[in-house]
Design a protein around this ligand. Structure first.
Ligand code: ADP
Ligand code: MG
Length: 240
């Protein structure tokens, strides 16, 4: 059996036989507020804390401060891990805002090639083993056609596989207008759907492992809660 990258999110790893198979690309989808970013933060934090594995979190959606602050409210100390060079938080959105559209084009800040360079450098420098890209949807808007986006995403996914890094790509669901939407699943080895719903006047958060290659997995929809220390999945409870 290949190695696993445990999330250490209570209840989660047992849905996928111990964790993400090493070197895979894993897509997490869900509407805004479904805790995708929190999942990504926990994956990177816990890998560094419990497995001593360097990780990278590249955000196009949130500022560094907002990531650190969100994590702190769950007692996850990203700042210390970063100071100790055990994790790397990269706010690509900020880098974009700080340069003009023409500079961005010239320097290719928005492209997958830039990401590749960033990631490759970090792997060389720190031996990064875990990566979160939040979000791949935000990358799509920088490509003029879905074909171009698809081609670049395919190349990017090949790079990630060759690099052997175990990746979470976060994707916003229900974004029909976005040219890239729907094709991310194509390059991913696994797909996890996060959602929330109201049944009988009660609010439920749910999580489903839709597909996962190279491993057995639980395909059912499970409730989860956001507790003081983060996400807690209930592997023994099933939703319709
Ligand atoms: N301390 C907290 N306790 C409980 N829930 C929280 C806390 N902080 C944030 N949340 C909730 O966690 C959810 C997760 O947000 P986030 O991970 O940013 O979602 P997404 O990335 O899918 O948009 C938010 O909807 C927010 O309501
Ligand atoms: Mg988010």
């Amino acid at each position: 059996m290949t190695g696993r990258k445990a999330t250490y999110i209570p209840g989660m790893d047992e849905l996928m036989n111990g964790g993400f198979p090493e070197g895979t690309i894993n897509l997490i989808t869900g509407p805004p507020g479904s805790a995708k970013s929190l999942f990504g933060i926990e994956y990177i934090h816990n890998g560094a804390r419990f497995d001593n594995e360097p990780g990278m979190l590249i955000s196009l959606e949130e500022s560094r401060d907002s990531m650190i602050r969100a994590a702190r409210s769950f007692d996850l100390d990203l700042r210390s891990l970063e100071k100790e060079d055990r994790i790397y938080l990269i706010d690509l959105g900020r880098m974009r805002v700080e340069c003009s559209a023409s500079e961005e084009l010239e320097w290719g800040l928005a492209s997958f090639d830039t990401l590749k360079n960033l990631i490759q450098n970090q792997i060389t420098l720190s031996g990064a083993k875990r990566l979160v890209l939040d979000s791949v949807t935000a990358m799509a808007i920088y490509y003029s056609s879905s074909e171009l986006f698809r081609r670049e995403l395919l190349k990017f996914s090949r790079f990630l596989r060759d690099a052997g890094i175990t990746t979470i790509l976060i994707s916003e669901a229900d974004i029909g207008a976005c040219p890239g939407y729907g094709i991310e699943g194509f390059v991913a080895d696994s797909m996890i759907e996060m959602d929330y719903m109201v049944t009988a006047g009660e609010y439920h958060r749910t999580l489903t492992v839709r597909k996962m290659r190279f491993t057995k997995h639980d395909p059912l929809k499970h409730p989860f809660l956001i507790m003081e220390n983060g996400i807690e999945v209930s592997p023994d409870e099933v939703m319709d």
